[in-house]
Every structure is written in C-alpha cells, then in structure tokens.
Design a protein around this ligand. Sequence first.
Ligand SMILES: NC(=O)c1ccc[n+]([C@@H]2O[C@H](COP(=O)([O-])OP(=O)(O)OC[C@H]3O[C@@H](n4cnc5c(N)ncnc54)[C@H](OP(=O)(O)O)[C@@H]3O)[C@@H](O)[C@H]2O)c1
Length: 354
Amino acid sequence: MSQPELPLVLIGFGNVARRFLRLLDESAERLDFTWRVVGLSTRHHGSVIDTAGIDVARAIALVESNQSLDRLESEPRERSGIDVIRQVTDAMADEASDGRLVCVETTVLDIDRGEPAVSHVRAALEGQAHVITANKGPAAFAYHELEALAESVDRIFFFEGAVMDGVPVFNLVRETMPAIAIDGFRGVINSTCNFILSELERGKEFDVALAEMQARGIAEADPSLDVDGWDAAAKTAALVNVLMGSAMTPHHVVRSGIRDVTGLDVRDAIARNRRIRLVASASRQGGKVRARVEPEVLERSDPLANLEDVENALYLNTDLLGQVGIVQRTGSLTQTAYALLSDLARISQRLRDI
Ligand SMILES: NC(=O)c1ccc[n+]([C@@H]2O[C@H](COP(=O)([O-])OP(=O)(O)OC[C@H]3O[C@@H](n4cnc5c(N)ncnc54)[C@H](OP(=O)(O)O)[C@@H]3O)[C@@H](O)[C@H]2O)c1
C-alpha cells in the first residue's frame, strides 16, 4: 500500500511545533506516511497558507530570527488562527473529507477558559480535519464536547502531549486497558516545579532554576502558570475528564503552587528524611471526583519522593489492575514533539486500517 500523505496545518509555531517538524524530518525513514505543511499561524509572527506546501526550513528560520511568516506570501494578509483553519479546510475539502487533513494545535495555555485553543479544535473538527495538540486547554476545559464532536464527524482528537510529554498516558489507557475503571491518581506532573524544588535542595536560587527551565523551552510561556500550580491543575483536570469520566476545569482543582516554598523549607524536609514535591491527585468520594495540586512533604519511601529534576510520575488507581505507575525519566522538547508524532502516526495507522 502506498504511504498516505498528510497535509498539516499548524496553529502555533513556537518551541514545540518547530521541534515537531524537525523531528518528523529526522524520523522520516521510520514513518509510514509523508506530510506537507499547508498552513502556519502565530500570534505575533504572521501566518502563511500554501496548499502546495510551505518551505518549512525558511519558515523556521524566519520565526527564529523574529521575522514574520508573511514574507512567505506574495500578498500577505492578517488572519487569526480560526481564519487559517477555515481557509485551509475550505481549500483542502477533498483531503479533509478523505480523512487526511490534520490540524496541529500548539498555542499557549490560557488558564481562564482554554481559549482560543478550544475554538481552534472545534473549527478544525467542524472542517473535518483531525486534531492533535500538546495544549492542555482543550482537554482541561472542553474534553467531552470536543470528543463528542470528533466522534460525530469520525475524526481523531488526540492530546498525548498534554500530560507527561510523549510518555503514553492517555494512549496507554485507551489502547491497552479496556474495561478498566480508574478511581483516582496521584503524581508529579510539572517538570518545571520539580526541577526548581530539586535545585533549591542543592542550594540554588529559585529564580535561577526557573530561568534554566525557560532557557530549555520547558517552562510555560507565562511561568507563573507553572509556579502557581495552574499547569498541574490543567493536567489534573484533563486526566479527570478523560480517564475518570467526570467533567471539571482547572478552576475546580484545589490548588496551591510552589511560589512560597523556600530553600530552607526543602532542606529542612531533607534533614527530617523527607522531601517536598508538588503532588497532583484525584479521587472519587461519594460519587464526586475531588482533585488537588499542592506541595506535600513526602516520606522517603513514597515513590514520588524519588523524582529528581524534570522527572515525572503518575500512579493510576484502577479497579482491576490495582495501582499502575508510569514514570518519565527524561523531559525535553523532543519528548513533547514525540507526543505529536505518535498521535500523527496513529492517524496514519487508522487510514491504513480503513
Ligand atoms: N514546551 C514544553 O516543554 C511543553 C510540554 C508539554 C506541553 N506544552 C504545551 O505546548 C504548547 C506550546 O508550547 P511552546 O513551548 O511551543 O510555546 P511557545 O514557544 O510559547 O509557542 C506558542 C506558539 O503559539 C502561538 N500563538 C499564541 N497564541 C496564538 C493564537 N491565538 N493564534 C495563533 N498562534 C498563537 C505563538 O505565536 P507568537 O510566538 O507569534 O506569539 C507561538 O508560535 C503550550 O500549550 C504548552 O503548554 C509545552
């Protein structure tokens, strides 16, 4: 069977999206599909649409030298992300109806309402494109609506990169744990906070550790989302919505971050053979799901206490398998880009299975 070609429209063209396109190139020989980029949208760096295929190397060079993508068009025009999605889905209606058009959503997390990412996902699905995203907003604020829409148009809405980068959490449960009920979970799921806490233990300054996470492209564009626990709360809401079948937003998660945790606090915990970690958890209580994100003082025997630097772990409480643990030892942009790649590979697989 010949390899399917997947036209990609990317809404958001920051660290994750650019690493994703480079990773596709690096992995080309291992993939059973080809792709071409037909649309790019940013907030401050313009947009470009070309259904014949955009010169990706030039687009990356433009954005990385802080220039506008408009330079790739003979008649540049101002367009929002929604405009780009609608123009591409209209122009590529055949590819959309064949199930080959894919929207890759990687705009920044909006903690108020998950917008405009939720609207981007909705518009893409309405235009019959599949959607893959590393943005937590859509699954944290509107999972049930968007999943129902995806099902109604027979398209995929995947977001593996929203929690623990490319380490399978959602796909693991979806693909390998049929008929299991998840009653709760507990984990360390924010790399930036875990790194800062690890560095505080070593006597480093909070701001220096945070700057390092920003330099590596791991901290959120607005790092207060990490430090104040919002990123972990968004991931917690996404996990509750998807894995526990409940409906909540990050605002329903009882939350406190690590902003007020000091070097003295973490070193005092170590002196008592304990460690402070930012723990996200959820459990079913009397038919309701309750979720929290907060710094906890953990016994050394707690598996979450052993997580260093950017390591993450998530322990799912299941009815049939007991506790299932997922540990992520490495965290970088490549892992997040891989999440998108793995979601895209599953779309290709689905096309081949038809
Ligand atoms: N970085 C990580 O390690 C990581 C890990 C897991 C998940 N994520 C998630 O992945 C997403 C992307 O992260 P990133 O590190 O790539 O962020 P980033 O470098 O800040 O890039 C965000 C991109 O989105 C664009 N954008 C923002 N608002 C937009 C809008 N309304 N319409 C169109 N484009 C818009 C930005 O354009 P301008 O640059 O022109 O403003 C930029 O191109 C975020 O949701 C983040 O939470 C990131």
